[in-house]
Design a protein around this ligand. Structure first.
Ligand SMILES: Nc1ncnc2c1ncn2[C@@H]1O[C@H](COP(=O)(O)OP(=O)(O)OP(=O)(O)O)[C@@H](O)[C@H]1O
Ligand SMILES: [Mg+2]
Length: 410
């Protein structure tokens, strides 16, 4: 008999919120519902206005419920923002039982020892991902259960985030009576959607360039090694166009998508576009070269910052598979070519993997990479940090806070 299970992904982005309902059938995912709306209440990937965020989420959830004809009771929700940091650590335990057989419980014990470290102030653990196990000195083991040995070691990647940012996001979801299966680092989710296992194994950089942030992560040996968030993305390019061409934001956004490019040299000197003027219903003619000269330096700044982070972390020479770009801004004309040319590495836009069916027009856009990745995460993850915020209604602290707020408001 085929096992079926419904899972829901919630991507709370800076520019848009997406709720995606997936039906897991065996190893494949069928998308059966989708809700999407503009996001209000976030800045640079972080909730700054709970009320507005809640109503944006509600709209996406209700739309997805209607399309899939289900009631959504829990979600996998993505998190990003500058407050995220990550470190690698390791732990060791000895196996003392006479048989020396390694049990699932030993995995939990060894991961626990790897978790014993001083966290940055005001932060909490979001993920504890085992990168490899080592049994009596033999490394590269992904699942040691059933093996025999006396010494079990683990290398883990630990992702932490600000307690406030994590709780505010959780509260937004839980206040709608929806439980959280797990909070998932967005780049980790996106990687599951767009990186091939060969790329992850060999070493690759993933950049999810959205509206408010660009999330960079480095994968090697099949797992995430490094992640960092940069606060420059699509909205900054749009803002520069608004100022540079003296045009309204919506118009800047439109021409960025339809006529913008990251490659100044690809534009002829005589190419022009028509744009709206500010504060009137007038139109004016602008050179396309001028538009590209506004865009290219921002893209350059963004990639320079990203590559510097990768360099500083010591991974610049460990990513032979190069750069994979996803998120809405990956749709900017010439962006992958720009990066490939500037850094002399392979660069491509990420494609959505096989094994995803239904609503294929959605599935194919990089705008949905995080949501699709969240669904894949639900299926594939080996994360030890599971079901952190499970109950609708939230943690005790959340409840106390809400109770206190109600009293203040009378
Ligand atoms: N064809 C296009 N060309 C250039 N930019 C585009 C195109 N389509 C979308 N974008 C840009 O992509 C950005 C939105 O991307 P995305 O939906 O991935 O962001 P988000 O997930 O809401 O934000 P974040 O991940 O930063 O919180 C916007 O800035 C938009 O202008
Ligand atoms: Mg995003």
């Amino acid at each position: 008999m085929r096992q079926e299970k419904v899972v829901v992904a919630l991507d709370v982005g800076t520019t848009k919120i997406v709720a995606l309902v997936g039906n897991l059938i065996g190893g494949s995912i069928e998308i059966i519902g989708m809700g999407k709306g503009p996001s209000h209440g976030l800045e640079k990937g972080v909730v700054v206005d709970i009320g507005r965020t809640v109503s944006s989420i509600r709209k996406a959830i209700e739309e997805a419920e209607t399309m899939a004809d289900i009631k959504i009771s829990s979600v996998y929700v993505g998190i990003a923002g500058k407050h995220i940091s990550s470190i690698n650590n390791s732990g060791t335990v000895s196996i003392n039982r006479p048989s020396r057989t390694i049990l699932a419980d030993d995995l939990r014990r060894v991961v626990e020892t790897a978790q014993a470290l001083q966290l940055p102030q005001e932060s909490e653990v979001i993920h504890i991902i085992p990168r490899q196990y080592i049994v009596d000195g033999q490394d590269g083991i992904t699942d040691p259960v059933g093996m025999t040995g006396t010494r079990l070691e683990v290398d883990v990647h630990i992702v932490t985030g600000s307690i406030t940012a994590v709780h505010n996001l959780a509260r937004c979801v839980e206040s709608l009576g929806i439980g959280i299966e797990q909070i998932v680092l967005e780049p980790l989710a996106s990687s599951m959607a767009v990186l091939s296992s060969a790329e992850k194994e060999l070493g690759a950089i993933l950049m999810d360039i959205g509206g408010g942030t660009a999330d960079i992560s480095v994968f090697r040996g099949g797992d995430i090694w490094f992640s960092k968030v940069i606060s420059i993305a699509g909205e900054h390019i749009t803002n520069d166009i608004t100022v540079g061409l003296q045009t309204p934001v919506e118009e800047a956004e439109r021409i960025k998508k339809t006529a913008g490019t990251a490659l100044v040299d690809s534009v002829g000197d005589d190419e022009t576009i028509e744009v709206a003027t500010i504060g009137g219903d007038g139109r004016k003619i602008v050179s396309k070269k001028k538009l590209s000269k506004i865009i290219e330096p921002r893209v350059e700044e963004l990639f320079d910052l990203a590559m510097q982070e990768v360099e500083d972390a010591g991974y610049r020479d460990l990513v032979p598979a190069g750069l994979v770009i996803t998120g809405g801004t990956s749709l900017l004309h010439g962006i992958a070519e720009f990066a490939a040319d500037r850094y002399g590495i392979p660069a491509r836009r990420g494609n959505i993997p096989e094994g995803i069916h239904g609503l294929s027009d959605i599935v194919e856009s990089p705008i949905y990479a995080t949501s699709i990745g969240l669904l894949k995460y639900a299926v594939e993850s080996r994360d030890f940090k599971r079901q952190r915020h499970k109950k609708p209604g939230g943690s005790l602290i959340t409840k106390l806070f809400d109770w206190f707020r109600r009293i203040i408001r009378g």
